[in-house]
Write a new protein. Structure first.
Length: 192
């Protein structure tokens, strides 16, 4: 910093001068790296008090049969509420049912998988931090719902991968599995 203005980025490989610096590390991580003093107090306060977005888990399949007929669907049980789901999971309780976001990209673009194979993904929201046992239980619930919605699913699985909030946390490096990122919540976006 020179007179309160950043002039580049210092790495273990040296200094890289720049007229503009863009950080995609996340708001709080950027503040941690640069120091709060380089930003207006109101911005720092808003960032430091923001609540993370929800997390999520996903089960991904490669199937040998086209079980999905539409590329994107949403399964929402009656009286389902995201806040109630998050509250239950934070308290260690599995809800009776949960909503799923289901995607089958090969419905519209068959070339995304080898010939004769099909992709199907199903996921749901969770808290950004979720213990491993409960995360596994949620993923089992996702699998069970997908099996009910797509009869014969088990018989057509070529490959399956389960991704809990720990996967997002590992990719992001933020230590938690917030699916969208800091402050990307309906009550903190737009005019807020």
């Amino acid at each position: 910093a020179e007179e309160g203005t950043l002039k580049g980025v210092e790495t273990d490989k040296g200094f890289y001068p720049a007229d503009i610096i863009i950080s995609n590390a996340g708001v709080v991580k950027t503040l941690d790296m640069t120091g709060d003093q380089h930003f207006p107090d109101s911005y720092v306060e808003k960032a430091r008090n923001a609540i993370d977005s929800v997390g999520g888990v996903m089960v991904k399949y490669i199937l040998d049969a086209p079980l999905a007929k539409i590329p994107v669907s949403l399964y929402t049980p009656r009286r389902f509420s995201v806040p109630d789901l998050i509250k239950d999971l934070r308290q260690g309780r599995m809800p009776d049912d949960m909503a799923l976001f289901i995607v089958s990209p090969t419905v519209t673009e068959p070339g995304l998988a080898p010939e004769g194979l099909h992709l199907l993904y199903g996921g749901t929201v969770t808290p950004a931090r979720l213990d491993e046992d409960l995360s596994n239980e949620v993923m089992y619930r996702v699998e069970n719902i997908l099996e009910k919605l797509h009869p014969g699913l088990k018989e057509h699985i070529v490959w399956k991968e389960r991704s809990g909030v720990d996967v997002i946390a590992a990719i992001s490096g933020r230590g938690q599995g917030d699916a969208i990122g800091m402050a990307q919540r309906y009550d903190q976006d737009a005019d807020k």
